[in-house]
Design a binder for this molecule. Structure first.
Ligand code: DGI
Ligand code: FE
Ligand code: FE
Length: 198
């Protein structure tokens, strides 16, 4: 994919998202490209993953569920109760079959952008973090600090964002997807091991 394909993809995504969601998508796209520059990752792949990450967000919950059922995509208990979570898996499916992406790393960045997963690639981390810190976001008092941290230490930023998300979810009646908790535990553990803290 080159610049022309990216422009085409951007026009396609604009058609399937409302104005606010599309603004967010562009914010994630450019933030992911900036993080990619900072960490020496291919910027075009970061842009494509950013453009696609919420491509299934504007489908109704019924559509997300029926798409997953039809394509035999597993729906876990948390997802069954909170179908909005399925926009990540459904998005990865559409990225491949509707938008023609063959790059498994980009597909995984879409698939795991909401919960993360243990063993994320650099691109997956970049999209996960860009989704949280893009300039249009305004959902955490810790954003200025998290934005700075993202460009200094990607893994620390990942752990702090997961910590923030888990704290937010515990303060609501939303159920925590086991994968979100697993991702936090995995990266929190590897950070403390690296820094030698017991
Ligand atoms: O699609 P976006 O709004 O851009 O961002 P997203 O895909 O990261 O979804 C954000 C929401 O997902 C946010 O309100 C927190 C929520 N979330 C993340 N992990 C979990 C979760 N919600 C539930 N119920 N359980 C989780 O484990
Ligand atoms: Fe999302
Ligand atoms: Fe998003």
């Amino acid at each position: 994919m080159g610049k022309e394909d990216i422009a085409k993809l951007r026009a396609q995504i604009k058609k399937v998202q409302d104005k606010k969601r599309f603004e967010h998508t562009l914010g994630v796209t450019y933030t992911a490209a900036c993080l990619a520059m900072c960490y020496d990752i291919d910027t075009e792949r970061a842009e494509i993953a950013g453009l696609l990450h919420d491509c299934a967000k504007c489908l109704s919950n019924d559509k997300k569920i029926s798409l997953c059922k039809k394509q035999s995509i597993e729906i876990n208990l948390t997802e069954a109760k909170n179908p909005f979570l399925l926009h990540a898996k459904a998005g990865a499916y559409l990225a491949e079959h509707k938008y023609g992406v063959r790059d498994e790393d980009i597909l995984n960045a879409v698939r795991y952008h909401t919960t993360g997963r243990p063993g994320m690639s650099m691109l997956e981390k970049i999209v996960f973090i860009a989704d949280y810190i893009e300039p249009g976001r305004n959902h955490s008092t810790r954003l200025p600090e998290l934005r700075r941290l993202a460009f200094q230490n990607l893994d620390k930023a990942l752990v702090e964002i997961l910590k923030d998300t888990l704290r937010y979810l515990r303060g609501t009646d939303h159920e925590i997807d086991p994968m979100t908790q697993k991702t936090y535990d995995h990266y929190n553990k590897s950070l403390t091991e690296i820094s030698g803290v017991q």
